[in-house]
Design a protein around this ligand. Structure first.
Ligand code: THU
Length: 133
């Protein structure tokens, strides 16, 4: 990966400050790296009608796709370090699997700041797909 993981982590930490999470108090930031080197960020945006909440990862990927991006390399997801690594929720894993390949990288800083990396296929084995229909 040309763009260092630390750059993605910094961008994710920056957007984390913009999270709107008055209900859970759990703030999340995400930075998504595209194959052209551009980076799209997102934060979680909660709603009084809880089901209308959108996660940071889906904000980032929605922004990227709506700007014409189609090819994704990696995403870094951060929360308050005391929460530990912020593994993406099931819905976000499914959304990522729609647009990313199995080797897409999910970078999750741990409590010590180490940038642990997982492939999408390791976090979503046997994900649902109807691409062959
Ligand atoms: N959240 C994310 O933004 N990403 C995830 O992958 C997990 C959960 C948000 C949604 C909600 O605003 C808060 O974290 C608590 O669930």
């Amino acid at each position: 990966m040309d763009t260092p993981k630390s750059v993605l982590a910094e961008k994710a930490k920056e957007v984390l400050k913009k999270a709107y999470a008055p209900y859970s108090g759990f703030k999340v930031g995400a930075a998504l790296l595209c194959s052209d080197g551009s980076i799209y960020t997102g934060c979680n945006i909660e709603n009084a009608s809880y089901g209308a909440t959108i996660c940071a990862e889906r904000v980032a990927i929605s922004k990227a796709i709506s700007e014409g991006q189609r090819d994704f390399i990696a995403i870094c997801i951060v929360s308050d370090p005391q929460n530990g690594p912020c593994y993406p929720c099931g819905i976000c894993r499914q959304v990522l699997s729609e647009h990313c390949t199995d080797d897409f990288e999910i970078i999750l800083p741990d409590e010590m700041g180490a940038l642990n990396t997982f492939t999408l296929s390791s976090l979503l084995p046997f994900g649902f797909s109807n691409k062959n229909l």
